[in-house]
Design a protein around this ligand. Structure first.
Ligand code: ACO
Length: 202
């Protein structure tokens, strides 16, 4: 049985715990959070990394934090080799031709189709669909029920909101926010916030 420790004890971490339970041969090591007021996650004790340095290094870590910038900042602070494999819920469908990098999570009922690349520390949230030939750079979050059509590129740290639709072959830059329910029909430059149908930059 191999173990993984979580860094982050928020609502997102509760779902990550469920995913770990769904993966045969994997179990939870420790759970860490920097916030000293967070002491418990479900039935697990939450430890502050600076108070438990030995435990912090014992098992590979998984960043269980939903916010893209926070994941990116923490990653810069820590050694990349401390991080674990990707986590895929047993109900998700991942093509054998998908390239999935470490630290990313594919949540329940999500679909990732052929020849798509998912970078490091990405979140493909519940029921999201990433079609064929897409590329998601590191720290992207595709929220529940969003649809990313074929051949789409999404830059580092971009957040695609719940239920958004990105039509085929669109390029979205880095650190963008695509609002919930937005329909993106044009290329989007980095650092844009986009809402509505058709999507407009605000
Ligand atoms: C498991 C999980 O829960 S994963 C979490 C998934 N989270 C999400 O999907 C949330 C995505 N976030 C949003 O959609 C937010 O509304 C944002 C980030 C796009 C905008 O937030 P803010 O910057 O605070 O914008 P604000 O609320 O001030 O709205 C600005 C304008 O955009 C409009 N607007 C905001 N969001 C949307 C939206 N999703 N669709 C259409 N219009 C929108 C507002 O009505 C407002 O219009 P107005 O200027 O004409 O009054």
């Amino acid at each position: 049985m191999s173990k993984v420790s979580l860094y982050g004890a928020s609502g997102h971490a509760k779902v990550i715990l469920d995913i770990i339970r769904s993966i045969e041969g994997l179990e939870i090591g420790f759970i860490f959070d920097d916030n000293p007021s967070v002491t418990q996650l479900l039935n697990h004790k939450v430890l502050k990394p600076s108070d438990f340095p030995e435990q912090f290094q014992r098992y590979p870590l998984f960043l269980s934090i939903g916010n893209n910038s926070t994941r990116e900042h923490l990653m810069q602070r820590l050694n990349s080799s401390s991080f674990s494999r990707a986590l895929v819920h047993s109900s998700a469908h991942i093509s054998e031709e998908t390239k999935l990098q470490k630290g990313s999570v594919i949540m329940p009922m999500a679909v990732v189709n052929a020849f798509t690349k998912i970078g490091e520390h990405c979140i493909v949230n519940t029921g999201a669909v990433i079609e064929h030939d897409c590329s998601l750079e590191d720290f992207v979050h595709v929220s529940p029920n969003a649809t990313v059509c074929g051949g789409v590129t999404i830059g580092k740290g971009t957040h695609v909101g719940a239920g958004a639709i990105i039509i085929p072959e669109i390029k979205i830059g880095e650190h963008c926010v695509i609002g919930a329910g937005t329909v993106v029909i044009d290329h989007i430059p980095s650092h844009s916030k986009v809402v509505g149908n058709p999507g407009r930059i605000i």
